[in-house]
Write a protein of this length. Sequence first.
Length: 67
Amino acid sequence: EDYQESVLGNGIKRVAIEASHTDWWRKYVGLEGDVIGMDSFGESAPGEVLFEHFGFTKEQIISRLGL
């Protein structure tokens, strides 16, 4: 835990962006952080269409983080 705090820091909002399952990251972003990812599967489309569908575009991420 001390090592995690020394690497991740305190007092900042953490965000993880994962083009896969999100649960693993929650322990690192903390209660104030956010994880952007996919928790479902079975979609089929070109990559750029899926990224937009799942919220991975730059604009969607900026909006979600309130920046």
